[in-house]
Design a protein around this ligand. Sequence first.
Ligand code: NAP
Length: 339
Amino acid sequence: MELKICLIGKGNVGTCFLQLLKEKRHMIKEIYNCECILVAIFEHDGAIINKDGIDLNELLAKSANFRKNLFWKKDVKAKGLISELGINLCIETTPTNPNTGEPALTHIIEALSNNIDVISSNKAPFFLYYKRIKDLAEKMNCFIRYEATVASCVPALSIKRNLIGNKIIRIKAILNGTNNYILSRMATEGISFAVALKEAQELGYAEADPSLDVGGFDTAGKLVILANELLGWSKSIEDVKIEGITKITPQALELAKIDGYIIKHLAIAEENNLIVEPRLVKRDSPLNISGALNLIKLQTKHAGSIIFMGKGAGGLEAASAILNDLINIVIERNKIRHN
Ligand SMILES: NC(=O)c1ccc[n+]([C@@H]2O[C@H](COP(=O)([O-])OP(=O)(O)OC[C@H]3O[C@@H](n4cnc5c(N)ncnc54)[C@H](OP(=O)(O)O)[C@@H]3O)[C@@H](O)[C@H]2O)c1
């Protein structure tokens, strides 16, 4: 089997994915009998397209100078071209636009409409138009995978396939490492929100404009995807009650501490409600994680609670989730071919 791939967005995650593909493609060929051929890489200002396959060694050796590649064409856009490339997998890693989901939404719709499987690390199309995308994928008999959109490398979405004999009834999660870092530092050092935020920015955890993180919007988007996937809901970001962490004071944290509690920024899905807000958590609760980690606690019907924890961000971490999605699609396509 040949897997002809196009990558849209050669930033941090996209480049890490190419590195992993270079490392793992021989293993994929050997174990899954699948030749991965990278046919196109799109950036915002042009593309490298080679239908015979882009030389990954040469490309990655050039690093940031990839626009010097022999096959680089300026001003070529993915939109309108995805169906012309003869590919069977489109990987979308463009930046998140929380208001429109673009340009990723258009890329994903175009790929699926042309019978091309999709993997995305871009969460906006999914927290805005989850049902539309899933319905289209089903109609076109395509695979659509987006493990990296929630908690990056933590297998928060694919766990569903391993819990088919159980039922997930409630989710409680910490889905934003920046916010968890800020609250952890405020609690342990007694520093203000502003000081902890500045520290998070200096360490590269928080963006220059941190409003989507500290305002709770980023967490809400991930919660929508998690709840839709694991609980079978069809919600969008508008259905989430959102409160950020900006009003939390060191005094509030101190008072909580005296009573044996800590304040955590939680994402909760229960009884048809989606809530993102600061909540009191017992100090000995598993939800009391510190630093920039993510944690997901699933309450199940037949097996109590199941907890995942890990790095919720990082180019390589997200790329590893993309590679998992890719191999899973190869396995599914192999099964279909052999039936
Ligand atoms: N980084 C992480 O830890 C992480 C984890 C999980 C999920 N994600 C998600 O994964 C996606 C990529 O993240 P990232 O960290 O790799 O971001 P990034 O470094 O900004 O990479 C995005 C790349 O897409 C390019 N791009 C912009 N518009 C494009 C267009 N229309 N067509 C083709 N390429 C376009 C950008 O080019 P220019 O910069 O030149 O405009 C940039 O090279 C985001 O949606 C992010 O939320 C990231």
